[in-house]
Every structure is written in structure tokens, then in C-alpha cells.
Design a protein. Sequence first.
Length: 215
Amino acid sequence: MGKRREPGPPTVPMHILIDAMGRAWEANPRDAMILETLAETGMRNSECRLLQINDVWTGGDVVLSVKLRPEQAKGGIPRTIPLTGSFRTKLRKWILENRHIVNGGMETCPLYPSQKSEGFLTRRGMCRIVRKYFAAAGSPATPHYLRHTCATELLRVTNARVVQLMLGHQRLETVQIYTHPTEDDLRGAMNARAAAKEKFAVKNQEIGSLVNNKP
């Protein structure tokens, strides 16, 4: 009998996510972009906090996909994460409004620097930022909660292999911890099955009619 896999961290409800994001944008745009990056890309704490300017900005614009460096990604395995248009717009605005961090040969500087040291944020620092805004929104959260939320949302629109590559899991089975079927998911599956059976029955009737009417 195999070892039972413990359930992963919970997901963040959408209304809580929106509330926390709004609070962060009002308080500190850097913090808001950190939350946006974690929720949008499913990056781990260390992968996000170790982002450099040249990871996301080249040729005067935001890249289409982030290529995580071996020293940045877990296990030293680089991977590519595509960025959506809406996220690229927010990231472009953040960088242009903080132009000093991309000028003067400072491309390897932190994308989201510590406001105390101007160096990279610490792991605890990242956690404090996330907890601060989600606590104010009425729900506990960590960077890993946002990663889990991103993965769960992806699984509803694509297959497990894609999610595995996006999140950098070595084993496909690991993706199973992100499956959180809701009652709506179950109802949708049953309705889709019923629709497929009805379509099959109609097609059979059409074929039968053609055969019976054949001279």
C-alpha cells in the first residue's frame, strides 16, 4: 500500500484575492506587483523574490515569457513561464514608473527590491508581505497558497502535463494535490457527458435513416 499523500495548502477564494490585491495597490505598488506575480505565474517564494530586471525586461519592453535561471528555480532546473497580456501591461507600468531600476547598467538588480536594503527580499520578507494584505482581507495566505490557487485555476482549463511544466514539478503525480473539484465541476462533467451521449444518439439516428432510405 502506497504512502498517502497529504493534501496541499488551500486555495484563496477569488473575492479575497481581489480584495487583497486592491489593498496592496492602494498601499504599495511593489507589494501589489509581488502578489500579482505570485498569483499569475505560480512561482515559488524564492523564484519570485530572486527575479532580476533582465529576467523580465529586454529590448525596451517586457518579455513574452520569463525564463527562470537554474540558480533561481527549485532543483536547479530552468523553466519557461508565459506571461499574459494583462500581466505584462501591469509589469511594464511598474518598471517604467521605477525607471531608475533599469537604467545605468543595473539590469541584474532585484525586480522587487527590499525597501530597506535595496537588495533581494528575504523569504520571510516575502511571506510577511503576502500575509499582511490577506489578513486585512480576512483570510490567511502565504506565497504557496497563491501558487496553489494558480495551479488549481490552470487545471480547470488545461491538462495536468501543462501544469506540471508551468510549475516545475518533476513528477506528474504531484499535480494531483491541486485538484479541488467543486459541485459545479461535477455538475458540469455530468452535463457534458449527457450532451455527448445525446449527440451520439442523434448521429446514430441520422446514419440509420441514411441506411434505411438507401435504394
